[in-house]
Write a protein that binds this ligand. Structure first.
Ligand code: ADE
Length: 230
C-alpha cells in the first residue's frame, strides 16, 4: 500500500486551495485515489477581536500590514503533527528545484505557511523547518507556490504516474534537460518545408537511439542551461 501524503496549507484563502485541488490534474487524481489529503487551515479562525484581525501595522512605520507571529504560530500548532515538515513560502527562501521536490516527496506530512505580500513578522521564522521560494519574482501570497510545490512533489510519489520510468528521463531528473521527443507524422509538410523525425529514432537500434538522445540532451542543456552543467 502506498502511503498517503498529508498537506496542510495555512492561508487566508481556503476556498482557493480547495477549488484548485479538487478540480483537476494530478492533485485531484491523488485525492480520489486516497494517496493525498490537502487541507487548507484558515488563518482567519485564529484572528483577534470582532474583525478576527490577523495582521497589524509594522513597528517602525512603513506601508502595508504585517501578519502577526502569535496568530501564525497558533495556526502552525494546529496544522502540524510530530512528523510534519513546516515550510514557509517566501521569495527570500531557498529556490525550489527538482532535487527539493524529490526530497520533499519522501515526507508524509507537509505544512505550508502562506505569507501575504506585505509580509509576516520576522519572529515566525524560528518556528518553521525551511523557507522556499519558487522563483525570483514576487507573488501576492504563498498559495500558488504551495500548489506548485504540491504538484511537483505529488507526481514523484509512488502510485501516481503510470510508470516509474516516466519521471526518470524527464528534465532535471539527471541534472540536465530532457532529450527532444518526436511522434507522427514522420515527415511533416508545413510552410513549404518537410520537417523530418531524425532517422535513427525509426531504426529500432536501442544503443544508437540512447546515444543520440544522450548527445541531444547534453547539447540542449549546455546551450539553454549551462548552469546545470557542472
Ligand atoms: N510569496 C510571494 N512570492 C513568492 C515566491 N516567489 N515564492 C514563494 N513564496 C512567495
Amino acid at each position: 500500500m502506498n502511503k498517503k501524503l498529508s498537506i496542510k496549507i495555512i492561508t487566508l484563502f481556503p476556498e482557493f486551495i480547495n477549488n484548485f485541488a479538487d478540480s483537476f490534474g494530478i492533485l485531484k487524481k491523488a485525492i480520489l485515489n486516497n494517496l493525498l489529503e490537502i487541507k487548507p487551515v484558515n488563518l482567519r479562525q485564529f484572528g483577534i477581536g470582532e474583525r478576527q484581525a490577523v495582521d497589524d501595522r509594522p513597528y517602525g512605520g512603513g506601508v502595508g500590514m504585517v501578519l502577526r507571529p502569535d496568530i501564525l504560530h497558533k495556526a502552525i500548532k494546529k496544522a502540524k503533527s510530530k512528523k510534519s515538515k513546516v515550510i514557509l513560502l517566501t521569495p527570500q527562501g531557498k529556490k525550489f528545484n527538482q532535487q527539493t521536490a524529490q526530497r520533499l516527496s519522501e515526507a508524509n506530512n507537509l505544512v505550508f505557511v502562506c505569507g501575504r505580500y506585505e509580509g509576516f513578522d520576522e519572529r515566525i521564522r524560528k518556528f518553521v523547518d525551511e523557507e522556499i521560494s519558487i522563483g525570483d519574482y514576487v507573488l501576492m501570497g504563498g498559495e500558488l507556490p504551495a500548489l506548485v510545490i504540491s504538484e511537483a512533489v505529488m507526481r514523484l510519489r509512488p502510485g501516481i504516474l503510470g510508470k516509474i520510468e516516466s519521471t526518470e528521463n524527464e528534465s532535471f531528473s539527471a541534472g540536465k534537460l530532457e532529450y527532444p521527443q518526436y511522434t507522427k507524422p514522420e515527415v511533416w509538410k508545413v510552410g513549404g518545408k518537410n520537417l523530418r523525425v531524425p532517422k535513427v529514432l525509426s531504426t529500432g537500434h536501442h544503443k544508437n537511439i540512447a546515444d543520440f538522445r544522450s548527445k541531444k540532451a547534453d547539447k540542449r542543456t549546455k546551450k539553454r542551461r549551462p548552469d546545470l552543467f557542472v
